[in-house]
Design a protein around this ligand. Structure first.
Ligand code: NAD
Length: 322
């Protein structure tokens, strides 16, 4: 009997093809279904490949055959790693597969926000009734980009912003070895120092107890009022109500967000009516190249586990010692 792989959300065709040759793949999205339908399919699953579909302890318990959980991408906050470890289930990740994609999206958000591309296009389509001079942009060369989290994405963004746009780049990441960093970013010793220096503030941290609500009323108060905020990390890094209030009160010049505490973003959310805000539906890591790379890497990881091999990028390697 072929192993059953449950794939609640769309993944790149190359990965799916690799799996289909050896496994039975359950993909509700290919029949127009929604990810949550996958819950009913968990009891038969030998493996699950998830993007943002949540794997809680309860869901693991409803999948008695489950031998591996593979994350398609990075950001493991939707998987209860401790619960998986307790149950002896390896959790796989695909670090780096979408780092360039996210760095490019962060730059895209920044350029669009600084030049008001969305409102400017809307004005043109409205018959050009708005005075052109209303769309005076913010020039980025020489301005300070402050990066929180100088990991795979943060490092790429630092390089692109410094070399491509001529920005000064500063970074806050207490876990990075400064002596082993050859890039253009200068390190700040504290988050507070970084906030005070920022013309643009961009988040590239995982969601942890420490990073949850890093952007709150107190941290927003330390930003200069002309600052632009970017979040392509995780929604819960930002207190969204505090951000909406700061934008309404013009204590912050603008924000661009790809991720939200609740996804999809509720249609009555205060961020939707905040001024100078640009919102995208969690697409930063989703490019042609990144999707194929993450799909191939996660598919290969699943096949390795099912064949008794240990793939690279196992998050809870201790399960192999149990
Ligand atoms: P990474 O692990 O390579 O880098 C994360 C960095 O954050 C590390 O250098 C770490 O030291 C640093 N960090 C951790 N806690 C910190 C703290 N309290 N303060 C400052 N720095 C801290 O991960 P990555 O590949 O660069 O991805 C970063 C995050 O981006 C992911 O965890 C994920 O949540 C998010 N992401 C979003 C999308 C999207 O589509 N929007 C796609 C991919 C990743």
């Amino acid at each position: 009997m072929k192993p059953v792989i449950l794939i609640p959300e769309p993944i790149g065709a190359a990965g799916l093809q690799r799996l289909t040759a050896q496994c039975e793949c359950h993909t509700p999205w290919r029949d127009g279904g929604v990810a949550e339908q996958a819950i009913d399919l968990l009891p038969a699953a030998d493996a699950v490949i998830v993007r943002i579909f949540s794997m809680t302890a309860e869901r693991m318990d409803s999948a008695p055959r489950l031998k591996v959980i593979a994350k398609h991408g990075v950001g493991l906050d939707n998987i209860d790693i401790a619960a998986a470890t307790e149950r002896g289930i390896p959790v796989l990740s695909t670090p780096g597969t979408n780092a360039n994609a996210v760095a490019e999206h962060a730059l895209g958000l920044l350029l669009a926000l600084a030049r008001q591309l969305g409102p400017a296009e809307a004005a043109l389509r409205d018959g050009w009734v708005v005075e052109r001079s209303r769309f005076e942009g913010i020039e980025l060369a020489g301005r300070t980009l402050a990066i929180v989290g100088l990991g795979r994405i943060g490092k790429r963004l630092a390089f692109k912003a410094a070399m491509g746009l001529g920005m000064d780049v500063v970074a806050y990441d207490p876990y990075v070895d400064r002596t082993d960093y050859p890039g253009p970013a200068r390190f700040c010793d504290s988050f507070e120092e970084l906030l005070r220096a920022a013309d643009v503030l961009s988040f590239h941290v995982p969601l942890t107890a420490e990073t949850r609500n890093m952007v709150n009323a107190d941290s927003l108060a330390l930003l200069q009022p002309h600052c632009l905020l970017l979040n392509t990390a995780r929604g819960a890094v930002v207190d969204e109500h505090a951000l909406a209030s700061a934008l309404q009160a013009r204590r912050l010049a603008g924000a661009a967000l790809d991720v939200f505490q609740a996804e999809p973003l509720p249609l009555d959310h205060p961020l939707l009516t905040a001024p100078n805000i640009l919102l995208t539906p969690h697409i930063a890591g989703q490019t042609d190249v990144a999707m194929q790379a993450a799909a191939l890497r996660s598919a290969q990881g699943v096949l390795d586990i099912l064949a008794g091999r240990q793939p690279p990028h196992v998050v809870n390697r201790e399960v192999f010692d149990q």
